[in-house]
Design a protein around this ligand. Structure first.
Ligand SMILES: *[C@@H]1O[C@H](CO)[C@@H](O)[C@H](O)[C@H]1NC(C)=O
Ligand SMILES: *[C@@H]1O[C@H](CO)[C@@H](O)[C@H](O)[C@H]1NC(C)=O
Ligand SMILES: *[C@@H]1O[C@H](CO)[C@@H](O)[C@H](O)[C@H]1NC(C)=O
Length: 504
């Protein structure tokens, strides 16, 4: 989606493990509390909900090394874009006088790298759906991630940008920024996963993403393989859809074919005139965005309310303890299903303070951000609030995605490599009836049988929501990783935006 969340605040130490054999990657990641940031506050308002105009956002970051000698940068991992870009040390966003943090996750000083080569002066230009952008030059240099090094990686140098950290986009090369700027598909270069294949580091352009629990600080990304110990049940494959505008595979669009609300009081099959809904699985987006009719049913089930002031559906934080869940179905009947529990859907609105409902049914309760929001148009997105509950394998050669229920906090590891270029996703079976997925624009108001159960199992107090700030798990307490695989620790960070704008 070239969509991204904004601003950051997490640093972690990376310690190379000397006992690891060559070609294999293992490293520890730790977490540091993000800095509380100054955020813009909304003025008092006597609406049914009055809350501060701050959003607590999140993202997953990986430590990378660039240049000679190497410079360490922490970059956001994004399946919704396809370029690596880094903020230039000379970019004004990185000047700490303007921004108390500057580019605290790292910036790149090209003058200090002897292997830096400019390849396209002033040609790099990327913008994201939230309105943020990065412009500058294309360059090549040495790039390392997870201990694996590629010597001639094409990247963007963000010289004029309002984002104070860089990204590692690992999507289709057809989604690279240069394809839009040149309006030419053939302008695309080999991006990171393709260069890894080209250099023999992995066998096929495929990777698995395990974001892990909202309360866990780390998950991981595995290039070239799957880890069968990180999910429960079976991996079920569904087709990736081509972008209808370009007729090519550009983003991870799959068919969301059902959503069910389940609680102790019953279950409801939710409806939408948009089913089957083309949704993009996008790790660079924090929340999830579904069509209006479906969002309203989901909100009604859980008692979330839309607050115009923050432009979001909000919910009492105590609903995080609700025993209810939603089951998302993909690829038609008997396809992949993922349960998303309420504790993954109730997020702190912002760090460093609390927002309280000032009137209405939730008066006095602490307000949290709800993980499923409405969108009036394409692209509908399933971001981190969905992805944390799923183990997702992205196969960019066969254009398939396999999904299974994640095993939160799994400590075991059983890594299976893709056998060859174009090999099918190991252990995965295809959704049996995906060919029959057709447009079924029917809308029936559900009975909301699950609704009372969602509320009754929640803690009716103003407990704090999930910020991902407590606990620090060493996700990289890993077993040996076989050859041809790369495993990268990713870490969640807490980010802050106000009014949709960067707070710098
Ligand atoms: C590095 O990559 C660029 C862009 O793909 C290419 O033009 C150049 O020839 C490569 N250089 C080397 C030394 O491989
Ligand atoms: C995973 O670990 C985190 C941090 O230790 C903990 O807060 C969370 O409850 C765990 N999740 C599950 C499902 O056990
Ligand atoms: C979301 O729903 C609210 C409440 O119905 C509406 O006011 C708002 O415009 C919607 N937002 C989008 C992006 O459609």
């Amino acid at each position: 989606m070239k969509s991204t969340s904004i601003a950051a605040g997490a640093i972690f130490a990376v310690a190379a493990n000397a006992a690891v054999p060559e070609g294999v990657v293992q490293f520890d990641v730790g977490r540091r509390q993000p800095h509380p940031r100054l955020s813009r506050r909304a003025t008092a308002n006597t609406d049914s909900t009055t809350i501060n105009n701050d959003l607590s956002e999140g993202g997953y970051f990986a430590t990378c090394k660039i240049g000679t000698p190497e410079q360490t940068l922490t970059l956001q991992l994004d399946t919704g874009s396809s370029d690596i870009w880094v903020p230039s040390s000379s970019a004004s966003v990185c000047e700490s006088s303007r921004n108390s943090d500057g580019c605290s996750l790292g910036s790149f000083n090209s003058d200090d790298s002897s292997t830096f080569v400019i390849t396209g002066q002033n040609e790099f230009s990327i913008s994201y759906v939230d309105g943020s952008h990065s412009d500058g030059s294309y360059f090549t240099d040495v790039f390392s991630i997870g201990g694996s090094t590629v010597t001639n990686m094409t990247m963007g140098l963000g010289e004029d940008t309002d984002i104070n950290f860089g990204l590692v986009g690992i999507g289709y090369k057809t989604d690279e920024a240069i394809v839009s700027t040149e309006e030419d598909l053939s302008a695309a270069y080999n991006n990171l996963p393709l260069v890894m294949v080209q250099e023999g580091i992995i066998k096929t352009n495929a990777y698995s993403l395990w974001l892990n629990d909202l309360d866990a600080s780390t998950g991981n990304l595995l290039f070239g393989g799957i880890d069968t110990a990180k999910y429960t049940g079976d991996l079920v494959k569904v087709d990736i859809y081509k972008d209808s505008d370009t007729g090519t595979f550009t983003s991870f669009i799959v068919a969301l074919t059902s959503v069910e609300a389940v609680s102790s009081s019953g279950s409801d099959t939710l409806t939408s005139t948009s089913f089957p809904i083309a949704v993009v699985l996008d790790s660079g987006t924090t929340l999830s965005y579904v069509p209006q009719d479906l969002a309203e049913e989901i909100w009604k089930e859980v008692g979330a309310v839309y607050n115009a002031e923050v432009g979001l559906a909000v919910i009492p934080c105590g609903m995080a303890s609700s025993g209810g869940h939603f089951t998302f179905g993909f690829g038609g009947p008997s396809g992949a299903t993922i349960n998303v529990a309420m504790d993954e859907l109730v997020l702190d609105l912002f760090s460093g303070g609390t927002a309280t409902f000032s009137s209405g049914q939730y008066k006095g309760e602490t307000a949290c951000e709800f993980g499923i929001q409405n969108s009036s148009s394409d692209p509908f997105l399933l971001g981190d609030t969905f992805l944390r509950s799923a183990y997702v394998v992205y196969d960019l050669v066969n254009n398939e995605i396999a999904l299974a229920q994640t095993d939160f906090n799994a400590t075991d590891s059983n890594i299976v490599a893709f056998a060859s270029s174009g090999a099918a996703i190991p252990s995965a079976t295809a959704a049996p009836s995906q060919a029959e997925v057709t447009q079924t624009p029917t809308f029936t108001t559900p009975a909301f049988a699950a609704s009372s159960g969602f509320a009754s199992t929640a803690t009716a107090t103003s407990s704090s929501g999930n910020s991902g700030s407590s606990g620090s798990k060493n996700a990289a307490g890993m077993n040996a990783v076989p050859m041809d695989l790369l495993r990268i620790g990713v870490i969640s960070a807490t980010l802050f935006i106000a009014g949709g704008l960067l707070v710098l």
